[in-house]
Design a protein around this ligand. Structure first.
Ligand code: ZN
Length: 232
């Protein structure tokens, strides 16, 4: 087989940047994601590639790659000739629509998932919930943005066990968790959610679909009520 490796010496980056070359785009993505979720980059504000290049001391390429990925996740908006902006805060109307959608789909899906959950499935969900509960590091903003992502994964896993791809895709497509967690940066948002997740897991463990439906409904209603003050 012919050697198709096109890497040559002249492409090698300066020393010091090589070691992190593989994870660089990922690191830059994580850093910008965290700033967006913790509102350090305010919703609707301009995001200048040149400023990020200076802040992170990297080239344009990983910045553009990260912004492209964030655009796909609905956190960044790109406008022709203007450039990048942090996605605006969701409106009160969209917030109500999102929660109405979640309340229609997720409690019923949780009930349905109960029957499909064997010990392995339950362990998957418990692990996802456990990651959120861990207090790693002292950086509360980092913890908050990680929680948002983990919460999205936890809810998505439950939808996976409910075996309806259309429901799962519909919810994923809204990037619900990124939008709602960006409404407010507050520890109460995460602490109370953990207890509610426990209640959902208990219902799954007991194999009780009615309890799972109810626990999911309570969790989503409480989540809505916790975040509503963001519109006052
Ligand atoms: Zn949750």
């Amino acid at each position: 087989m012919q050697n198709t490796d096109v890497t040559s010496d002249k492409d090698t980056l300066p020393t010091g940047r090589i070691s992190r070359a593989n994870g660089l785009a990922g690191d830059v993505y994580e850093a910008i994601f965290q700033q967006l979720m913790s509102l350090k980059i305010a919703p609707g504000s301009r995001i200048t590639v040149d400023n990020l290049v200076k802040d992170f001391n990297v080239s344009h390429t990983p910045i553009r790659e990260a912004l492209g990925r964030l655009e796909g996740e609905g956190l960044v908006v790109k406008t022709h000739l203007i450039g990048y902006r942090a996605a605006p805060q969701i409106t009160r109307r969209r917030f109500d629509e999102l929660y109405e959608l979640r309340l229609l789909l997720e409690p019923a899906a949780a009930a349905k998932a109960t029957a499909a959950l064997d010990e392995t499935g339950l362990a998957v969900l418990q692990e996802a919930a456990g990651v959120m509960a861990r207090r790693e590091g002292r950086d509360e903003r980092l913890r908050y943005s990680n929680f948002a992502r983990q919460d999205a994964i936890f809810h998505d896993r439950i939808m996976q066990f409910a075996h309806n791809d259309l429901i799962r895709e519909t919810l994923n497509h809204q990037h619900t968790h990124f939008h709602i967690f960006r409404l407010m940066y507050h520890s109460r948002v995460t602490e109370e959610a953990l207890d509610e997740h426990e209640a959902i897991l208990s219902a799954f463990a007991a194999g009780d679909p009615d309890a799972a439906e109810k626990a999911m409904r309570v969790h989503i209603e409480n989540s809505r009520d916790r975040l509503l003050p963001a519109f006052e």
